[in-house]
Write a protein that binds this ligand. Sequence first.
Ligand code: GLN
Length: 541
Amino acid sequence: MSKYIFVTGGVCSGLGKGVASASIGSLLENRGFNIRMIKIDPYINVDAGTMSPYQHGEVYVTEDGAETDLDLGNYSRFTSSPINRDNSITTGQVYQAVITKEREGRFLGRTVQVIPHITDEIKARIIRVGEQPGVDVTLVEVGGTVGDIESIPFLEAARQFIHDMGKENVLFVHLTLVPQVYWGEPKSKPTQHSVRELREIGIQPDLLLCRSSGMLDEDLRRKISLFTNVEKEAVISAYDVRTTIYDIPLSFVGQNVDAIIMKKLGLADKGPSRDGWKQVVEHFANAKRTARIAIVGKYTGLHDSYISIFESLFHGGIANRARVQLVKFESEDLEDGRDLASAFADCDGILVPGGFGLRGIEGMILAARYARENKVPYLGICLGMQIMVIEYSRSCLGLKDANSTEFEPEAKNPVVSLLEEQVDITAYGGTMRLGKGDTHLKAGSRIHAAYGAQVISERHRHRYEVSNQYRKGLEDAGLIVSGLTPDSTLVESIEWPDHPWGVGVQFHPEFKSKPLAPSPLFSHFITACLAAQEKTASLRA
Ligand code: GLN
């Protein structure tokens, strides 16, 4: 039977509960346990797919095509636990399921209520994951902040786990903030209040992760322990790490978080600990070179909008023993006739990420043209690949009005367009090409060299495709179509000819990259950027 750990958050949002939960997951895996991770999002959207990246950060896509919260990406980067549709639970899904059962008459005339019907549905969804074969621990992160109206049914379901499973099988971790007031003193009162709020709904936390700028001193831990009834050893400093978030698991191990959890849940060590994390962290401390990467996107104002891409770039850095510095450009800002040579002067490579809608498209096209003409390494992801196709058609095929029908429905030369089967779909939720799919790579291409394989599998999230009507023309004009779907009907990747490294992919390699297993595409992109940097340096010398 699985043990269950619930991670809740107090005081305010944005304290890094996802990374803290993922770190605990990695600690338990390092002790040999088979874990599962679940994220609960108390919003009414059925999934994150219909939400703007500005509202909620990136939409993370699973192998089986679920559009989920970005924290599932954190879980995937920190642990090897499988992440699928079942690992994401929202209020929308829970209510949809309960209302569907009600309409089918499955409640036999009873009044359908939050308790027990909604809470039962929540518990059933958690247990469905926990009961997968061989699972030792299921970690459930409850999104939102304790005290929010939306999370009450989830916290009530969590409380019932103690009743249903027995106290020895359920553990509560609460993440809070110990702010430093402006004269420098760290304050425990917000933590006391948020624990009191949890206790009012019947949950006594077993372990507190206190976000603070530095280590909490003994006196403060003693005081927090006294007021919250959490043992002093289990009052942990989740202090700000200096170099990388991948340092967090090590900072937790340093404070015995793994041992405390195992003791409280009665778990005996299952195997030798792996110390891969140490290598990752040492890398960040010791890397000598730095690759500067321009990100030309349309949601750059919020770091979380492109979090998997940024993390994958860091992973690519690890593979090259280099640091990666991000230089963010709002693509719209490049549309005012700015001198791109000076804008990109210090950048070793340009990445155009995925995105939706017209705003900023022309700026991305200018950036792609600059990269192609000036032989700057370029990685185009999803929209970033479609941009390459539009730019190439305009510049090299003479189709000045080439466009995607996403941006210009009546485009004269729709080089990127909807597939026949997508044309009549009017609903937005879950109707894109989603989840894993195979790509057959062309021998001798850059992408083939990167993956070192003929057939690869990556995840998708898009509606528009390179139009097959223009495929031959583009190839005749030199564009390399380096990847196709297994039936050869859809373009999956392209490359610029006579260019050091210009690759576009219709899929999203960023969703599978991990610090200990970087995406080959990102590693090779960074290699190309470092080579470009060396070349520029030797030309300047
Ligand atoms: N908007 C484009 C499409 O739907 C690209 C999507 C993306 O970049 N994820 O095809």
